[in-house]
Design a protein around this ligand. Structure first.
Ligand code: F6P
Length: 541
């Protein structure tokens, strides 16, 4: 048995779960007037109401005991101190250094990394300011007005999400577009209607080897050169690189002066505050980007210094463990009631699932408990008219994270009141439900009554902030980053590697070779061979 399942705190939780499982949120609220107040905590502009979770004071006490027993605080301190906690890649994990104040000292191998971070931020700010001022000219002398970010995974999802989330603060005179998929349609549609002479490509890739990104980057270079000619200087004017691989960047034709670097201690899914955020900075300006970093940092400080009992990321992380391991809840729904956060669930999918989708411990032993749940979601209220049915009345327990803001960025009539009414009502309906007695009292015919019953007792968190600002966004993302960290520490898994993406990548290279050399013999399983043969025929037509 694993050390986790053998631990006294875990065993205590298993026993405790048997009694909590039978409790209904309806009764817990009815019996306890202070529940909502006691189970609400605030940090960095965010208010987390976790009272609609299937927990008691005892549950929390035991979860905090588990966190302490598993050394969550010590691991957290090790991360902030720059220790090489990404053990399989022997790397420090220091996305927190990207948003640390300029006078901080954070050492990696004895070197303070903060001045390097600040130097890159300064270069990014100069570049962003120049582009925003229309001073960055394309090959024909016309100013750049279109920015196309080419990247995938962490080199795409953060920039896209942040652009959408902060669109209210963007310079509307600039068009930002994003290309990630190796499907040529993504590139074709992204450049549709753009004038090459006014278009700047940002090739964002930590490794500068990723198949999708490099394929798109080469297509972009061809697209530009078809208009500008083969002049090397044109590539220079129309391409920037965000990477850790200077050699590959230069080889592609982008000079070092147009490359913005970062470091191996920044994981892809934790990289939106690094040079990878250049498109965000161009869109919202250096000052607002700085505000976003300050929001991240405020949550970092909260996570680092606040006792677990009032620590938002720790509480959220422990609740995830509680549901995944004790209620067998396989998924978490993220439901932002804010249209600007429409890409937030997709962003969180990489953050949470690439981090905690692991089946072995740090020592390489197979786990005997569930790890990272599946994250999914859509902005409210759209989801209410599609999948909420299952959350309310289906057979799966799906903890929900509701996210909303007090102030509308686009105040229009009753819209915001209705939006907020919906998020509040959904959380209430999920928790309280509707009994058969209530249904009957409403006069439902006997045959219909069971269909109209809402069991309730379905848990949710309600995350509220005053207004969607760059700082609020930063704090929200950091909240999830550290929640993921807390979960990984409990589960004793490495949240910072992603070996699981490798096999598919390797096989794709092999299959691509076999498709493009139709005479090559095939030695896969029969189904794979048949699919390759089918496509060999299809592409000949
Ligand atoms: O394949 C997974 C991954 O390595 C992600 O972790 C990363 O964010 C993405 O690919 C892109 O990698 P890169 O920035 O090196 O192109």
């Amino acid at each position: 048995m694993s050390t986790l399942r053998e631990s006294p705190a875990w065993n205590a939780l298993e026993t405790h779960h048997k009694s909590v499982q039978k409790l209904h949120l309806r009764d817990m609220f009815a019996k306890d007037e202070t529940r909502a107040e006691r189970f609400t905590a605030e940090a960095a502009g965010w208010r987390l109401d976790y009272s609609k979770h299937r927990i008691t004071d005892e549950t929390l006490k035991r979860l905090f005991a588990l966190a302490r027993e598993r050394g969550v605080e010590a691991r957290r301190d090790a991360m902030f101190a720059g220790e090489k906690i990404n053990s399989t890649e022997h790397r420090a994990v220091l996305h927190t250094a990207l948003r640390a104040p300029a006078d901080s000292v954070i050492l990696v191998d004895g070197v303070n990394v903060v001045p390097e971070v600040q130097a890159v931020l300064k270069r990014m700010a100069d570049c962003a300011t120049k582009i925003r001022a229309g001073e960055w000219k394309g090959y024909s002398g016309r100013p750049i007005r279109n920015i196309v970010n080419i990247g995938i995974g962490g080199s795409d999802l953060g920039p896209v999400m942040a652009y959408e989330a902060l669109r209210h603060y963007t310079d509307r005179g600039l068009q930002l577009r994003f290309v990630s998929n190796v499907d040529g349609t993504d590139f074709a549609e992204a450049v549709h209607g753009l004038r090459p002479e006014e278009t700047l490509f940002i090739v964002a890739s930590k490794t500068f080897t990723t198949l999708e990104t490099m394929t798109n980057a080469h297509t972009a270079r061809d697209w530009l050169q078809a208009a500008a000619g083969k002049d090397k200087k044109a590539v220079g004017r129309h391409f920037l690189a965000l990477s850790t691989n200077e050699e590959a960047v230069n080889e592609f034709g982008i000079p070092s002066a147009q490359m913005f670097g970062f470091w191996d201690w920044v994981g892809g899914r934790y990289s939106m505050d690094s040079a990878i955020g250049l498109s965000t900075m161009i869109a919202i300006g250096a000052e607002a980007f700085g505000e976003m970093l300050a929001g991240f940092h405020a949550m970092d400080t909260h996570f680092r210094t606040t006792p677990l009992e009032r620590n938002l990321p720790a509480i959220m992380g422990l609740l995830s463990v509680w549901y995944a391991d004790f209620f067998d809840a396989a998924t978490v729904a993220v439901l932002p009631y804010e249209q600007y956060l429409k890409r937030f669930p997709a962003y969180l999918q990489q953050l949470t699932m690439e981090s905690n989708g692991k089946h072995v411990t740090l020592e390489g032993k197979t786990v005997d408990y569930a790890t990272g749940p599946i994250f999914w979601g859509e902005p409210g209220t759209n989801g209410q008219h599609s999948f909420y049915q299952l959350i309310h009345q289906g057979t799966h327990l799906i903890p929900c994270d509701f996210v909303a803001f007090g102030e509308a960025l686009n105040p229009l009539g009753r819209h915001h009141d209705l939006l907020l009414a919906n998020v509040i009502a959904q959380a209430e309906a999920l928790a309280m439900g509707k009994t058969l007695k209530q249904v009957k009292a409403e006069g439902a015919p006997a045959a219909l009554a069971p269909h109209k019953v809402f069991e309730g007792n379905r848990p949710s968190s309600l995350l509220l902030a005053e207004r969607l600002t760059p700082a609020a966004l930063g704090a929200l993302i950091a909240l999830y980053e550290h929640s993921v960290f807390t979960q990984a520490a409990i589960w004793d898994i490495n949240a910072f590697d992603q070996w699981g993406v490798e096999l598919g990548k390797q096989l794709a290279v092999r299959v691509a070779g076999e498709i493009e050399a139709p005479r090559k013999s095939l030695a896969h399983d029969a189904s794979t061979n048949a699919a390759i043969r089918w496509y060999r025929k299809a592409r000949r037509k």
